[in-house]
Ligand binder design. Structure first.
Ligand code: HEC
Length: 87
């Protein structure tokens, strides 16, 4: 009987663990998700704080054609890259 309870408890823990991972994924802002999916296609992910906010935008604009970014993509990325409160 105790074994059954133990198995149930560990299943619940496992399920809880999985659900938490999903939530964390959703907590990625759209800019962060775009950064992590788009910018890794050609090279390793650059450090977000590699450039200051005012240096990211012109860089992204130059990089846009190569990375297939339109203006909306750049704005979304800037919301992430320019936000110092996201670590
Ligand atoms: C289509 C391929 C491609 C994609 C997609 C791409 N890059 Fe690059 N990136 C390159 C290449 C090639 C270089 C090195 C040559 C150069 O700098 O022109 C580079 C260099 C860089 C550098 C270092 C050069 C510098 O001037 O600081 C940074 C930072 C960078 N990329 C950021 C990004 C970000 C952010 C994204 C997503 C928006 C991105 N890259 C998407 C191809 C790509």
């Amino acid at each position: 009987m105790r074994l059954v309870v133990l198995i149930c408890l560990s299943l619940m823990l496992l399920a809880g663990g999985c659900r938490k991972a999903e939530v964390d994924e959703k907590h990625l802002g759209p800019g962060e998700r775009m950064f992590k999916t788009r910018c890794r296609n050609c090279h390793s992910l650059p450090k977000r704080n590699a450039k200051s906010e005012e240096r990211w935008r012109p860089f992204l604009e130059r990089h846009a054609r190569r990375a297939h970014l339109n203006d909306a993509h750049i704005d979304t990325l800037m919301q992430f890259l320019g936000n110092d409160s996201i670590k």
